[in-house]
Design a protein around this ligand. Structure first.
Ligand SMILES: Cc1ncc(COP(=O)(O)O)c(C=O)c1O
Length: 403
């Protein structure tokens, strides 16, 4: 069993050698050890002033002129192009707006419509049985609307479940509860081999690890921006539509913002070309521009998804080591895979009384979260979490479980 002092000393050395350590200063943080960025990312320090400018000058002074002069109208595509490189997409394929739930609906229904256009008999949707609940609820409704059966399967079961009936498959890149990273390239290839369309939910991977949407030929993807992208509470989600599919993307929510001529006020619908087709109604400008400001953090020298991934794995490795060293045997069990290729940027520990334990951890200044029925979840945002935070969290967890 390692002594706390030796792991604390190691944390100090790791922080000193960390090329991303200086970024922490770009965020509003305090003495709390914040390991909940996989739920709500911390506030980048420059965002309040930018939001104030949007409110006071753009809205207060320019008023309606801001739709053109402040670039409000084109913000969904512009901010989409800022997110695109973070998920491995070339420009022109990501549009920002609405919630993840709404974008799951657009993507899944559009995927089924394309599959059914390809040929008859595509009448089944496969959905990740372990998914974050909203995706499952939306998939059930999408299935009913499109005349499909819905079949929940685990990601591991997907290859065996695919067939001539499969229209679309909705999967999570990283499981929200266990932190397991799924094989996006392999599963996407299997879905394509069956003639179906792959829709990926990137909520727990974008901003934490490489996604490679273009490289792996993903058809459609969605994700939120309030976790590892630090866009703020309820910041708008995004929708990726692969360029080669955009002309066939038939949105089930064809609002006026997605019209080829939105100010033509025509009664007949004609979709815009490109990612704009994924828009619906008037964008939520205040949240959208707060997100745009938050993304500036990624423009700092030395910040890349690869560097973030490297640090993320080092942080989660170190946390697992500290937990192994400090926490009494048998009190917790990691449900996050040990293999790097299967691990996202969080560690989930199964623990008796997890809800109560997390309450006490938060009282002691270590903020993670609890997921029913028995999981303590700790998220590691490499932009602002350091190794000393990791060591402290494990030490306080051990004390909490012993006391
Ligand atoms: C994997 C996943 N999908 C979807 C959602 C829900 O997104 P929204 O509330 O933006 O619709 C979440 C929220 O945490 C999530 O973790």
């Amino acid at each position: 069993m390692s002594e706390p002092t030796s792991l604390a000393g190691e944390a100090e050395k790791l922080d000193a050698a960390d090329g991303l350590a200086a970024l922490r200063e770009r965020f509003v943080l305090d003495d709390v050890t914040y390991l909940d960025g996989n739920s709500l990312g911390a506030l980048p320090a420059h965002v309040p002033a930018r939001v104030e400018d949007v409110v006071r000058r753009q809205w207060g002074e320019l008023r309606i002129r801001s739709w053109d002069e402040s670039g409000w109208w084109t913000a969904p595509e512009r901010v989409g192009d800022r997110i695109a490189p973070l998920v491995g997409a070339a420009a022109g394929q990501v549009v920002v707006g609405d919630s993840t739930s709404v974008n799951v609906f657009k993507a899944l229904v559009a995927a089924v419509r394309m599959a059914q256009e390809d040929g008859p008999g595509r009448n089944e949707i496969l959905v990740d049985a372990t998914t974050f609940p909203t995706d499952g609820y939306i998939a059930e409704s999408a299935a009913r609307m499109t005349g499909c059966a819905l079949r929940p399967v685990t990601p591991a079961e997907v290859p065996g479940a695919l067939g001539e009936r499969t229209a679309a498959v909705l999967l999570n890149h990283v499981d929200y509860r266990t932190g397991r990273l799924h094989d996006l390239p392999g599963l996407t290839a299997a879905v394509h081999a069956a003639g179906a369309y792959a829709v990926w939910d990137l909520c727990h991977s974008a901003g934490a690890l490489p996604v490679g949407l273009d490289e792996h030929g993903v058809d459609l993807a969605v994700g939120c921006t309030y976790k590892y992208l630090n866009g703020g509470p309820g910041s708008p989600a995004y929708l990726y539509v692969r360029r080669g599919l955009q002309a066939r993307f038939d949105s089930p929510l064809p609002g006026w913002n997605s019209h080829a001529e939105p100010f033509g006020m025509r009664s007949d619908y004609a979709p815009a070309s490109g990612a704009v087709r994924g828009r619906v109604g008037t964008p939520d400008i205040l949240s959208l521009l707060a997100l745009e400001a938050a993304l500036d953090v990624w423009d700092e020298a030395g910040v890349s998804v690869a560097a973030v991934r490297e640090k993320s794995l080092a942080l989660t490795d170190f946390f697992l080591r500290c937990v192994g060293a400090y926490v009494p045997d048998g009190r917790v069990e990691s449900v996050t895979p040990a293999a790097h290729a299967e691990r996202g940027s969080q560690v989930a520990l199964r623990c008796d009384d997890a809800g109560e334990v997390m309450k006490r951890l938060i009282e002691r200044g270590v903020v993670g979260d609890y997921r029913a029925p028995d999981v303590l979840r700790f998220g590691f945002t490499p932009l602002y979490v350091g190794f000393a935070d990791v060591e402290r969290a494990a030490r306080v967890l051990a004390r909490t479980l012993s006391g």
